[in-house]
Write a protein that binds this ligand. Structure first.
Ligand SMILES: NC(=O)c1ccc[n+]([C@@H]2O[C@H](COP(=O)([O-])OP(=O)(O)OC[C@H]3O[C@@H](n4cnc5c(N)ncnc54)[C@H](O)[C@@H]3O)[C@@H](O)[C@H]2O)c1
Length: 425
């Protein structure tokens, strides 16, 4: 078979997510080639240009600048932050690019619908980075449901337990801790994946109404340990004992969430522990976890009613000892349940045969140390196929199929802000 030309891509927003997807260009140069970059951060722009040998005429400071020059690649990988996904994507769609776009693809219903409309009007493909759909764990569960193994789905329960160090990094101290700044709720930032999975598993049975409760119980000044300071490495006598001590979470585990916590040290080749200690004295990651300027929930429950009368629930709980995602689906013929981190699920089917109550099969899916079950690279490969051959896999997250899960999130937050009021879709 003749070798195919790689899909040529421009990185827009050169943070750690875009670079994760761009790795495919190094793993399989026949599939993807990085030919341009747009990022206002000079350091990132320079290092991406060196890594992928990008000529100076294909280096831009912003998506907007890129959009006004004639199209010179097939696609854009948009890994900017949540609240500028739509603003940066619309001019690029109009300029002729198909887009691989990070989740959440929009931060409210109005702009989500606007992006879908523009993509349709200009006939462009937009694929949203719902990487969990590509984790073998979820994909194989979806295939079992499609094969009718547990019959018609009556109820689906998903949960996400956000570990204490992840919670500290992203939603108490870090980039998604204050919705006035990041324009994203905790549910949207963290669980748009799970609500997408729920809607995906339910297939043609669409959500019709949503209700939700949640709040921030833990990370509040009144819960700060007695005598605690305001910054762990500056004025806190509990620096060696507090569960949320920045020293214990980040200095004692310097590789944990490094791309967020140490991003201000990116310009230094090999930052030392002393550099990191100094940074934590002034950066948001060194603030007392109980005295931060966070305003997002630390737990939230969502109840979804589907057209058939089937129901779904999602529970997000932040501050668990271990990060974990679970799923339990009950159908008319049996159940499927398991957890993504261990990568195994059980298919249990009703069996009234003599001497039997049910059959049980444990399915182990491959987990290669990637928190998303190896989903990142599988997703980009699928994007390449979608662009090249217009081939949509069972996991493919076109903008239209992604919209419904986002709408459930927006309505769940509206319900939570209105005391759990039922909101119709
Ligand atoms: N799919 C997943 O599971 C997953 C996981 C984590 C994060 N994310 C999402 O990925 C996205 C990126 O996260 P990150 O941590 O890599 O972000 P980041 O902040 O590290 O990178 C964003 C980059 O965009 C650049 N930028 C800002 N304005 C720009 C503009 N107008 N044009 C071009 N570039 C611009 C910034 O300079 C920055 O380098 C976020 O939306 C986040 O929610 C997705």
């Amino acid at each position: 078979m003749a070798e195919q030309k790689p899909i040529e891509a421009i990185i827009v927003g050169g943070g750690h997510r875009s670079l994760t997807y761009a790795e495919l260009a190094e793993i399989d140069p026949n599939a993807l080639k990085i030919v341009g970059v747009a990022d206002p951060d000079e350091n990132r722009r320079k290092s991406i240009s060196e890594r992928f040998s990008i000529p100076s005429e294909h280096q831009f400071e912003t998506a907007e600048e890129l959009a006004v020059v004639p199209r010179f690649a097939d696609v854009v990988i948009n890994g900017t932050m949540d609240h500028i996904h739509v603003k940066t994507s619309i001019p690029l769609l109009k300029a002729g690019y198909d887009i691989l776009l990070e989740k959440p693809f929009a931060v409210n219903e109005k702009e989500a619908r606007e992006l879908v409309e523009v993509a349709n009007e200009y006939g462009r493909k937009v694929m949203v980075c719902f990487i969990l759909r590509y984790a073998p764990f979820y994909r194989q569960i979806k295939e079992r449901i499609l094969a009718g193994e547990i019959g018609d789905v009556l109820n689906i329960q998903t949960s996400e337990y956000v570990s204490y160090h992840h919670m500290s990094t992203s939603h108490v101290r870090g980039k998604w801790n204050n919705s006035d700044r990041c324009h994203t709720s905790m549910l949207l930032a963290k669980c748009c994946h799970d609500l997408d999975i729920m809607v995906w598993m339910m297939g043609e049975d669409k959500p019709v109404s949503v209700s939700s409760f949640g709040s921030n119980i833990q990370f509040r000044p009144e819960n700060a340990p007695e005598n605690s300071g305001t910054r762990c490495l500056v004025d806190c006598p509990l620096v060696d004992t507090c569960l949320y001590s920045a020293k214990r979470i980040y200095i004692d585990h310097p590789d944990r969430w490094a791309f967020y916590v140490w991003d201000k040290l990116e310009h230094i080749e090999n930052p030392t522990i002393e550099d990191k200690i100094e940074l934590l004295k002034t950066s948001p990651y060194g603030v007392c976890a109980y005295k931060s300027d966070n305003n997002v929930v630390d737990h939230q429950s969502v109840l979804v009613n589907f057209k058939s009368g089937a129901t779904g629930t999602h529970n997000m709980v932040g501050g668990s000892s271990r990060g974990l995602r679970t799923i339990h689906i009950t159908g008319t013929k049996g159940e499927i349940f398991g957890n993504c981190e261990d990568g195994s699920f059980t298919v249990q089917k009703i069996d009234p045969a003599p001497g039997c109550e049910y059959t049980s099969e444990v399915v182990n899916t491959f987990v290669d140390g990637d928190a998303h079950g190896g989903g990142d690279i599988k997703l980009v490969k699928d994007f390449v196929d979608y662009i090249r051959e217009d081939k949509m896999s069972v996991s493919c997250t076109s903008i239209e199929t992604s919209l419904l899960g986002h709408l459930v999130v927006f309505l769940a937050d509206e319900s939570r802000e209105n005391g759990g009021k039922v909101i119709l879709l």
